[in-house]
Design a protein around this ligand. Structure first.
Ligand SMILES: [Zn+2]
Ligand SMILES: [Zn+2]
Length: 170
């Protein structure tokens, strides 16, 4: 997802560019999962960087941790990050590296590549524990039936916990 910012870097501080994003990215690099990313990014020229604000959405397929069914989840990817040029656009001379080594950079050809930033924020947005719905009933521990599709015939499931003590006394 390269954007050439050589013109933007020549413009005064405060200049902006808007980009509509509609891209398919393979975040794993294995060709197994591809995610269609849509939304918009704004690039803002600052004193010594380009500030990128992105507002993106995608849709991922997850496996529910309770009932193991697969489901789709819309995901918001929202961030702002500074990108630092490593080459002066006017003189063509190398610039000192950004203070923070982990900062995003703009390459010698003045290309700003959003892929890595989007990948990092995508991974942050993916929930650690996926549930197909808040009140997912999960699987019956005895017969393995998906209880979202109705009760199973296992006896334990029907007993109200308030009555189970009484049942033990009998
Ligand atoms: Zn579930
Ligand atoms: Zn059951």
């Amino acid at each position: 997802m390269d954007m050439n910012v050589s013109l933007l870097l020549r413009e005064p501080i405060g200049s902006t560019r808007e980009y509509d994003i509609d891209e398919v990215i393979d975040f794993t690099g294995e060709g197994k999962t591809e995610n269609r990313i849509k939304g918009a990014c704004t690039l803002l020229r600052t004193l010594n960087s380009v500030l990128v604000r992105c507002n993106l959405v995608t849709d991922i397929e997850l496996t529910c941790s309770r009932c193991v069914s697969t489901f789709h989840l819309p995901l918001k990817i929202k961030f702002h990050e500074e990108f630092f040029p490593i080459m002066d656009v006017e003189s063509g001379t190398p610039l000192p590296p950004p203070e923070e080594a982990s900062s995003f950079t703009i390459d010698e050809q003045h290309n700003l590549d959003l892929t890595e930033a989007i990948r990092q924020y995508f991974l942050l947005a993916v929930p650690m524990k996926a549930l197909c719905k808040k009140d997912c009933a999960g699987l019956c521990a005895t017969c393995g039936k998906n209880l979202n599709q109705g009760k199973c015939d296992c006896p334990d499931n029907d007993i109200d916990p308030r009555w189970s003590k009484l049942a033990n006394l009998q």
